[in-house]
Design a protein around this ligand. Structure first.
Ligand code: ADP
Ligand code: ASP
Ligand code: MG
Length: 411
C-alpha cells in the first residue's frame, strides 16, 4: 500500500464525462489498496474565462479581488469530483485551500506555499475517505485567499506530497509524459522515461508548461518522487529523478534532453547610451526597483563613445519596463528606446552538455541553414538559449530537434 498524491489538470477535468473518468481512475488506485489524496485544477479554459471577466471591469484588477475570484474555478471541480467518487462508491470529501489550511505568503497571484496542515487529510485517508483538494490556491495569515500563479495546481500537488510524505506525486495531464519538446509543435517528439530534476527545472523555467517551475523546485528540495502521466492513456509516464546522470541513462548518453521555447518575451534596447562604467547598473537598477525581472542582457561594443544596451523581459512586464526605460533615456541623455514584441526564445537543455563542446556551434549552424537570424544568445552549464523572430519558432524547434537527433528511433 502506498500513499499517492494524484493531481489532475484542466483538460482532465474538462467535462462531466472526463471528471467521471478521473473518478474511475482514482477508484482503480483505491481498489489496488493505495491511499489517495487528489488535487485538481479548474475545468480547462475556466481560469482564462474568469480573468477575462475581471479585466472587463478593470484592465488591472486589484490582485486580492482577482485571487478571490479565480480561485472559484477549482472550488467547482473539487466538489464535482467528490460527487463523482461518491456515486461509484468511493467515500470522498472536497476541500478548498483554506479548508485544508494551505498557508501562503501574501503575494497575490504568485503566492508561495509556506505550510500545510496535514491532520485532516491524514485522518480522512485513515478512515478510507479520499480527500479532493483544490489546486492553485491557499490562504494567508489574515484569511485572504491567494493563488499560486498559472499552472499552480502542480505545485499544490507536489507541496501536499511533501507535507504528507507521500510515496509519489503523480501529475496526470493530457500528454503521457515529458517529451523531448512540446509534441504540439514537433509531433516527432519522444517521451522520456526519466529526466533529472535539474533538466526539468531548466525546461520549466524556459517555457515548457508541462510542469509549473515551482512544483519542480519543491520536488527537488523535498525529494518528492514526481511522475508525469496521461489521464487518458495507460503508460509509465516520465519519472523526474534526483540522479546526476543525464536522462535516459543509455549507453550512449544524449547530449541534449529537450528543447523548450517561450513566446512570453519582449525585447528593449536603450540606444545611444554613453559607453562608460556604471551604465548597466544605471539602466537595470531602476528596472529591478520596479520589480521587473530581466532575462537576457546584451551590451554592444561601443562606437563614437556610445553603445546600445539590450535586454528582455516577459511580455506582461513590457509596458512597465518601457516606461522605466524612457525615464532612464532622459537621465542618461541617450538616443531612445526601441522595443520588439515579435520575438521568442528557444532553448536546448541537457546535463550532457557539460562535458561536450560544440553544441552551441551546431545549434547556430542549424539555425543559419534555415535562414533564422539569432538576435540574442545566453548560455549556462546545461542550457543554450537564443532569441529569434517569433515567426520562426516552429521551424527552429523542429530543425534543432532533427539536428540533435531527438526523435524516436522509429521515426
Ligand atoms: P494541465 O492542464 O494538465 O496542467 P498543461 O496544459 O498545463 O496541462 O500542460 C500539458 C501541456 O504541456 C501539453 O499538452 C503540452 O502541449 C505542453 N508541453 C510543453 N512542453 C512539453 C514537453 N516537453 N513535454 C510534454 N508536454 C509539453
Ligand atoms: N487553473 C489554474 C490555471 O489555469 C491552475 C492550474 O491549472 O494549474 O492556471
Ligand atoms: Mg498545467
Amino acid at each position: 500500500m502506498a500513499l499517492l498524491v494524484q493531481k489532475y489538470g484542466g483538460t482532465s477535468m474538462g467535462s462531466v464525462e472526463r471528471i467521471e473518468h478521473v473518478a474511475s481512475k482514482v477508484k482503480a488506485a483505491v481498489d489496488r489498496g493505495h491511499q489517495i489524496v487528489v488535487v485538481v485544477s479548474a475545468m480547462s479554459g475556466e481560469t482564462d474565462r474568469l480573468i477575462k471577466l475581471a479585466k472587463g471591469i478593470n484592465p488591472r484588477p486589484p490582485s486580492r479581488e482577482l485571487d478571490q475570484m479565480i480561485a472559484t474555478g477549482e472550488q467547482v471541480t473539487i466538489s464535482l469530483l467528490a460527487m463523482a467518487l461518491e456515486k461509484i462508491g468511493v467515500p470522498a470529501r472536497s476541500y478548498t485551500g483554506a479548508q485544508v489550511a494551505i498557508r501562503t505568503d501574501k503575494a497575490y497571484n504568485k503566492a508561495r506555499i509556506q505550510q500545510i496542515e496535514t491532520e485532516r487529510l491524514l485522518a480522512d485517508c485513515k478512515a478510507g475517505i479520499v480527500p479532493v483538494v483544490a489546486g492553485f490556491q491557499g490562504i494567508d495569515d489574515d484569511g485572504n485567499i491567494t493563488t499560486l500563479g498559472r499552472g499552480g495546481s502542480d505545485t499544490t500537488g507536489v507541496a501536499l506530497a511533501a507535507a504528507l510524505k507521500a510515496d509519489e506525486c503523480q501529475i496526470y495531464t493530457d500528454v503521457d509524459g515529458v517529451y523531448t519538446t512540446d509534441p504540439r509543435v514537433e509531433p516527432k517528439a519522444r517521451r522520456l522515461d526519466r529526466i533529472t530534476f535539474e533538466e526539468m527545472l531548466e525546461l520549466a523555467s524556459l517555457g515548457s508548461k508541462v510542469l509549473q517551475i515551482r512544483s519542480v523546485e519543491f520536488a527537488g528540495k523535498y525529494k518528492v518522487p514526481l511522475r508525469v502521466l496521461s489521464t487518458f492513456v495507460e503508460g509509465p509516464g516520465t519519472l523526474i529523478t534526483l540522479d546526476e546522470k543525464p536522462s535516459e541513462g543509455t549507453m550512449e548518453e544524449p547530449l541534449i534532453s529537450g528543447i523548450a521555447f517561450s513566446r512570453d518575451e519582449a525585447q528593449l534596447t536603450v540606444a545611444g547610451v554613453p559607453d562608460r562604467p556604471g551604465i548597466a547598473a544605471a539602466i537595470l537598477g531602476p528596472i529591478g526597483d520596479a520589480n521587473i525581472e530581466v532575462d537576457m542582457i546584451v551590451q554592444n561594443v561601443g562606437a563614437d563613445g556610445t553603445t546600445d544596451f539590450t535586454f528582455t523581459v516577459s511580455r506582461g512586464e513590457y509596458e512597465r519596463a518601457t516606461d522605466v526605460a524612457k525615464k532612464v533615456v532622459e537621465e542618461l541623455n541617450a538616443k531612445g528606446v526601441r522595443t520588439a514584441l515579435d520575438i521568442c526564445k528557444v532553448s536546448l537543455v541537457g546535463v550532457g552538455m557539460r562535458s561536450h563542446a560544440g553544441i552551441a556551434a551546431k545549434m547556430f549552424k542549424t539555425l543559419a541553414s534555415e535562414g533564422i537570424n539569432i538576435r540574442m544568445i545566453s548560455t549556462s552549464e546545461i542550457k543554450i538559449s537564443v532569441v529569434v523572430e517569433d515567426k520562426y519558432l516552429e521551424l527552429a524547434v523542429r530543425a534543432l530537434h532533427k539536428a540533435f537527433d531527438l526523435a524516436a528511433p522509429s521515426t
